[in-house]
Design a protein around this ligand. Structure first.
Ligand code: PGA
Length: 253
């Protein structure tokens, strides 16, 4: 049984420090007792410092990072700044950022930069829709290869790829559920793409996780039959009760 990873993507929530502490402390109480599962929480940047003081066990992640250490980039936060704060993971290329204009070229710069710093990138890939001609496989291939272009193959073991089909994300209008089979099929395909640009041994070391409306009821199914090493949880991670249940499931998976 390999160690699973459960990652919370809080997105632009909660609205106040008070609510943030309540949520984080609630999760931390439980996480301090768990043994096998790696738990990462990615809050908005402004809460990271406070949260670092509140838990030694929960690993902190950023929801994005700009390349470079310091400089004239208004509004951006660098990977270096996050690392110096004690952050160790960073979500890159999330579909909600891609929708705001981020492309594979920019994401690739960020991936290379955060790897240099020592942060683990959680590289998000995922298609908007599934077409009958299976074109979406090519899109995923393009996202993976372009975002990892020029990345040292020895770093592949330090990368997490999150497969998040946009059609299954909780905020997508007319969303539908993805199945463990959808996840497992894509995990195999992503590993094949990684293997083609490196070696099968190297590709096996990259962790692949699933995200898209994961909740306390279906997390077990994704973790057991979805061919993945963990889950990236959005909406359900904003409830202490639901998020704890997902971690419990991961402990048993
Ligand atoms: P969701 O979000 O669990 O609310 O669908 C997942 C994500 O977008 O990372």
């Amino acid at each position: 049984m390999s160690k699973k990873i459960v990652i919370a993507n809080w997105k632009m929530n909660p609205a106040t420090v008070k609510e943030t502490e309540k949520l984080f402390i609630g999760v931390n109480k439980f996480v301090s007792k768990i043994k096998k599962t790696e738990v990462v929480v990615c809050p908005p940047f402004i809460y990271l410092e406070r949260m670092k003081k509140l838990s030694k066990k929960i690993i902190l992640g950023g929801q994005d990072a700009f390349y470079g250490d310091i400089g004239a980039f208004t509004g951006e936060v660098s990977g270096e700044m996050l690392y110096n704060l004690g952050v160790r993971y960073v979500i890159l290329g999330h579909s909600e950022r891609r929708a705001l204009g981020e492309d594979n070229v920019l994401i690739n710069k960020k991936v290379k930069d955060v790897l240099n710093i020592g942060l683990t990138p959680i590289l998000c890939v995922g298609e908007n829709n599934r077409d009958d001609n299976y074109e979406y496989f090519n899109l995923i291939k393009m996202q993976v290869t372009e975002c990892l272009k020029g990345v040292n193959k020895n770093s592949f073991s330090k990368i997490i790829i999150a497969y998040e089909p946009i059609w299954s994300i909780s905020s997508t209008i007319n969303r539908r559920d993805a199945t463990a089979n959808d996840s497992s099929e894509m995990a195999i395909y992503i590993r094949k793409v990684l293997s083609d640009i490196s070696t099968p041994e190297i590709a096996n070391k990259t962790r692949i996780i699933y995200g898209g409306s994961v909740n306390e009821r279906d997390a077990g199914e994704f973790l057991q039959n979805g061919g993945v090493d963990g889950v990236l949880v959005g909406k359900a991670s904003l409830s202490v009760e639901k998020f704890i249940k997902i971690i419990q499931v991961a402990e048993k998976a």
